[in-house]
Design a protein around this ligand. Sequence first.
Ligand code: HEC
Ligand code: HEC
Length: 496
Amino acid sequence: MRGPLCLVLFIIGGHVAMADDLPPWGEPHLAPIPRTEAEKLRIDAAVASDLHKGSPYESRSAGAATAMSPPVHAPFSEPASGLTAIQALDFRLGEALFEKLWVQGPASTISSDGLGPLYNARACSACHINDGRGHPPEDPNDPTPGLVLRLSQITSDGLVYPDPLYGSQIQDRAISGHLAEGSLRIDYETQHVTMADGLVVELQAPTYTLASSSQGPLNELTMTSPRIAPQMIGLGLMEAIPEADILANADPVDTDKDGISGRPNRVWSREFDQWMLGRFGHKAGNPTIRQQTADAANGDIGLSSTLFPTPYGDCTAQQTNCRTARNGNSAPQDNQELGDTALDLMAFYAGNLAVPVRANANDAQVLRGKSVFHSSGCADCHQPAFVTHRLPDDPVRSFQLIWPFTDLLLHDMGDGLADHRPEWHATGREWRTAPLWGLGRTEQVSGQKSFLHDGRARTVLEAIMWHGGEAATARENTRLLGSEDRAALIAFLESL
Ligand code: HEC
Ligand code: HEC
């Protein structure tokens, strides 16, 4: 799709079916060497993990790029193993930008100004805590900016566009002289699920309301989607999985009748001016780490870049004060607040955070849990392994056997998790299968456990009990487990 309609669409994503947009869409972000037939056979054998035995490779979740001795205080903050000295320097520059606190523009330090006018956080690291995930605020006074409420409306023929007043998300902070859009209120209702052996699991079902809004209540036609910041590890490897291997697991109309479909998201690439496979975000709404980075910089912090050029971030035409505020665009940065060099460094950092080694992948209980994971149907979506493209210019990401435990596809997860808000090709009931590598380190990294797209689940078991829709059978299989098998399944997940 080209032309004016597409301009509207690529703001958030629509799902208008186009004749020329069937997959494969192509991988302009990579320059791979095609696989030989012999390689394909080797790869098929390598990813077909033995369901019951240990594997000599599995503990290195990210292949040769795995962090082999991640420090206890910051296990997600290591650079991918194998970076050259120059790349290691770029990683540190990117890290500094990821942690930088942006200030209101114009300021004397042009490379640090451009915040807002409306924003959710002053630094990437404020939400992606220690390069891990965020969590929902614990109470209205919790200053953590971990949860973002996305907004959109939809026309009767399926065209999606931002809320005309509040834009693509609620910004709960603003620079001096401007009013924040409002704050989020989360109310939880307690529900209970009883496991077959009598254990009662308490679930908390959230509802979100816009409290203390400065510009009036949300329009009743506006759809909302709460999201916590995901963990940052292994993203560059997820970007280097061949599109064909992801599409090979897709079964959009459930032809094999196993109750599990799996659909690729199709999203607009601002970098390459074409449709691409969506890989990043809870609904796979962004095609590359670079675009996701520029999107976050614009929507969450209020920074302009070549990909998202508005210096006023997510302010809408109705928010005139905000649109006309002074900004941090400056000539030395090609009239951007976030210049291309800084964007590239940030994206490099985001793409090269290492996945920590698994310490106890071959313990007896963990192996028993692995077998339960497979027999419960978890691997139908949480696809254990892939081999990345052969990338001669990019040895660290090239031809690695990796274990992300996601198919990177969208699945209908049922009413309990539905946000009823489509994003590109994803429906209001679909989510991208969450990668499970690093799962056991969540609390160590982010200070608390918060699973699923909005962080509502406080334990791994709660997260599984929220699975519905295509995953209802897997959830029921887990509910029926005896206590030892259940403990083994959890031990396996915590070992990742
Ligand atoms: C206000 C909180 C917040 C800030 C600040 C923030 N992010 Fe995020 N980040 C999120 C959320 C929420 C998502 C999930 C987005 C979605 O589902 O569309 C996300 C997703 C991502 C992803 C994709 C991860 C994945 O597994 O798909 C990357 C990469 C990322 N952010 C990088 C950044 C960078 C770089 C910055 C700074 C420029 C940044 N983020 C700032 C909240 C934040
Ligand atoms: C039909 C596909 C499907 C099946 C089957 C499935 N999952 Fe999931 N899983 C998902 C999706 C999609 C998400 C993300 C949902 C969300 O964010 O709301 C997810 C999220 C999770 C999470 C939370 C991860 C995080 O980072 O927050 C855990 C843990 C998990 N699944 C474990 C399991 C286990 C264990 C099983 C088997 C009992 C299983 N899943 C079966 C699709 C599936």
